[in-house]
Design a protein around this ligand. Structure first.
Ligand code: ATP
Ligand code: MG
Length: 213
């Protein structure tokens, strides 16, 4: 087995890295895939989500969790890629040399971008880092609000980056925050919600992009 490595990176704090990580993971699980989550962020939000999950619900043998420092990551990824279908790496809100080992190992780099100008300003740094390791980054729009001028401005501006913008987007929906706080993904918390449909579409697009690479 050679598991596919998805690295989620964005300098801007709160852009949705951990949200995308847990929701992609639980979408893949719902499709019968095995997933390893790797938290490289000292804040440990992904680990807190995982601990809450295993305290409240029975443990799913298809979902593993581990942590790694920037320099331990290559070894950890090599081991995990032998045993799971997907490895999802959550990273801290920084775009510095510590990110390089993860970006180098990535089969797909996802850059969540929340609908704000500050997020736009922060995005170029991570795109540059991806470029420096010879990888394309894929932007995923998060917290979209189609009914606002800000949302429309950001959606337009994002196409000016030299990066692919995924068609799938995640709307600004309370269920994303609620599910995270419960140790769940939205596909588990509210299976037929719009949020769950958005996440399943994102998982399908990510899978298709991995096949394209
Ligand atoms: N689409 C969304 N709709 C509503 N709330 C969201 C959405 N995406 C993220 N959030 C909320 O925004 C906050 C920040 O999200 P998240 O923790 O995923 O960002 P992050 O990029 O991992 O942050 P950090 O850089 O601090 O690690 C969380 O409270 C989360 O529940
Ligand atoms: Mg996070």
């Amino acid at each position: 087995m050679s598991g596919q490595i998805i690295v989620i990176a964005q300098q801007k704090g709160g852009s949705g890295k951990t949200t995308v990580a847990v929701n992609l993971a639980t979408a893949f699980l719902s499709k019968g895939k095995s997933v390893a989550l790797l938290d490289t962020d000292p804040q440990g939000s992904l680990g807190k989500w995982f601990m809450m999950r295993i305290e409240k619900f029975s443990e799913n043998p298809n979902l593993r969790f581990s942590t790694a420092t920037a320099w331990g990551i290559s070894y950890e990824l090599r081991s995990l890629s032998k045993v799971v279908d997907f490895i999802i790496v959550d990273t801290p809100p920084k775009a510095d040399s510590d990110l390089r080992p993860a970006l180098r190992a990535a089969d797909l780099i996802l850059v969540p971008l929340s609908a704000s100008h500050v997020d736009l300003w922060a995005t170029q740094d991570v795109l540059d880092l991806a470029d420096r390791v010879g990888k394309d980054a894929h932007i995923v729009m998060n917290r979209t609000r189609s009914d606002t001028r800000l949302g429309a401005e950001v959606a337009d501006a994002v196409h000016e980056f030299d990066a692919k913008v995924l068609k799938s987007t995640l709307g600004s929906r309370v269920i994303f925050a609620e599910a995270l706080g419960l140790g769940l993904g939205v596909v588990e918390a509210k299976k037929n919600s719009i949020a769950a449909l958005e996440v399943m579409a994102l998982a399908d697009e990510v899978t298709a992009s991995l096949l394209d690479n």
